[in-house]
Design a binder for this molecule. Sequence first.
Ligand code: NAP
Length: 282
Amino acid sequence: MYKLIDGKEVAAAVRENIKAEVEKLSQEGKSTGLAVIIVGNNPASRVYVNNKKKGCEQVGIRSFEYALGEDTSTEELLSLIEKLNRDSEVDGILCQLPLPGQIDEQKVLNAISPDKDVDAFHPVNTGHIMIGDHSFLPCTPAGIIEMLKYYDIAVEGKECVVIGRSNIVGKPMMMLLLEQNGTVTICHSRTADLKSVTKRADILVSAVGKAGFVTADMVKEGAVVIDVGMNRNAEGKLCGDVDFENVKEKCSYITPVPGGVGPMTITMLLNNTLTASKNHKK
Ligand code: NAP
């Protein structure tokens, strides 16, 4: 019988701690602030930004929104980031992705001061993750590690398989599982015989972005399955990468979509903002 990993429950517990710490800092005279930049009119980005601002409000973090037009240039965005880097009211800077095509995304992410880089996308923070000496962890993989801890799911010594090698999910997920002493394999679109690899997994993380991609025959009996995917099915309903109905019976634990990894991602952004605020107080 499988157990559902309830991301909303874990997120609520972590947010309570964040709220208490933000409140403590505030009593000591240090407010915590997050600058949220949104460029253009992408409706999905607007939903994400609103949810992030709502999350800030819940835990007492001040959020400052900067909404820029669709035709913003790289230089204009860089000049805003430079201003925010110098602003002592701003502990964290988040630039909602994707950016319109004319903007050099990597240049923009590299311009965010590493001590305000609460998404942990800056190469300096990526490097820190590689050597295991980090202030900020990328939000989605860090949220997954928190969920595993909450449910007392040990990673040490386990066969962990990550499908997807993006810079924001797959690669940092690999590093964090390794840090927890898992034995990690990372797969991608050129992996030969994917099923033979995923079937070895005690912990299987899918970050592909294709509905119904992980089927029951790819999953080992008793595996923990973490579904990062956020896709729309044929009926337009939000769903993950995993064929949940058929896979769940093989699992010891499984995350649903929605209500699994998603709520943890924003929670870890709030946690990184709290970390930045504490560091700035020092
Ligand atoms: P991405 O950059 O598009 O990466 C997808 C990865 O999947 C790539 O590494 C790709 O391999 C691999 N892949 C594609 N087809 C494959 C196949 N047939 N077999 C094996 N691997 C395959 O995506 P991402 O940004 O990591 O996001 C992945 C999913 O997670 C998306 O649905 C996204 O919306 C979701 N997401 C959710 C959250 C959350 O909070 N829940 C956060 C971030 C992302 P190659 O490298 O070889 O192309």
